[in-house]
Design a protein around this ligand. Structure first.
Ligand SMILES: Cc1cc2nc3c(=O)[nH]c(=O)nc-3n(C[C@H](O)[C@H](O)[C@H](O)COP(=O)(O)O)c2cc1C
Length: 197
């Protein structure tokens, strides 16, 4: 079982990365294969809305040639997609948004001359997020967006792990958070085990 982590934080030593560390350690301990893609290292231009992708039914068919194709292949080649992002303006960071825009359009052939496949259909999605407001307020819209992304693309939404950044008031990481994000990895493993039976 393979997880593809889409890391959407620009800060390599930031809060989202601090959650990702123990999450990845736990995945390894549980025998889950992981691949992490740092989206700020990739060139993923915003979708142009040209619609060319809609008449290409046997591939992505995107006219823009950049790192999108490679990142999408990593998403298509896993069992669970894990977007990990700080909340920016009540949604995700810009590279994550560009990726999701292009994935939901080129990856779902609903609007061309004839309907075609949903290229991520059947995959699961579990998210990791950090935000400044209490999680329901800070990450609520982002979670709702992910749920709708899953519904539209035929993916199964597994849930979100989100913790609040209290700023300078207190350190972001503590023992409870480390354990809780490890538990999140375990819950993903359990749910995958259930699917294997
Ligand atoms: C540009 C910017 C926009 C932000 N917008 C929001 C927001 O809309 N809602 C929120 O709850 N937190 C917001 N935050 C706070 C971050 O989500 C929070 O500090 C996060 O933990 C940073 O993660 P990082 O260390 O991985 O970058 C914003 C932070 C920045 C820098």
């Amino acid at each position: 079982m393979k997880l593809c982590i889409l890391m959407g934080s620009p800060r390599r030593e930031g809060n989202t990365a601090a959650l990702l560390g123990p999450f990845l350690e736990e995945c390894e301990a549980l025998g889950l294969e992981t691949r992490t893609v740092w989206l700020y290292d990739k060139k993923i231009a915003p979708c142009l809305g040209c619609g060319s992708c809609q008449d290409c039914l046997d591939g992505l068919g995107c006219v823009q040639e950049d790192d999108f194709q490679e990142v999408f292949r990593a998403m298509a080649d896993c069992d669970v997609i894990v977007p990990a992002t700080p909340v920016y303006a009540f949604f995700c960071t810009a590279p994550m948004k560009a990726l999701l825009d292009r994935a939901i359009y080129a990856g779902v052939k609903n609007y061309g001359r004839e309907k075609g496949p949903k290229l991520l259909e059947g995959k699961r999605l579990a998210a990791i997020a950090t935000c400044g407001y209490p999680p329901e307020q800070g990450a609520g819209l982002w979670e709702e967006g992910l749920k709708r992304f899953c519904r539209h693309g035929g993916l199964e939404y597994m849930g979100i792990f989100c913790r609040r950044d209290w700023g300078k008031q207190e350190p972001f990481m503590n023992g409870e958070r480390e354990q809780a994000v490890r538990d999140f990895a375990q819950a993903i493993r359990m749910s995958l085990q259930g699917a294997e039976l």
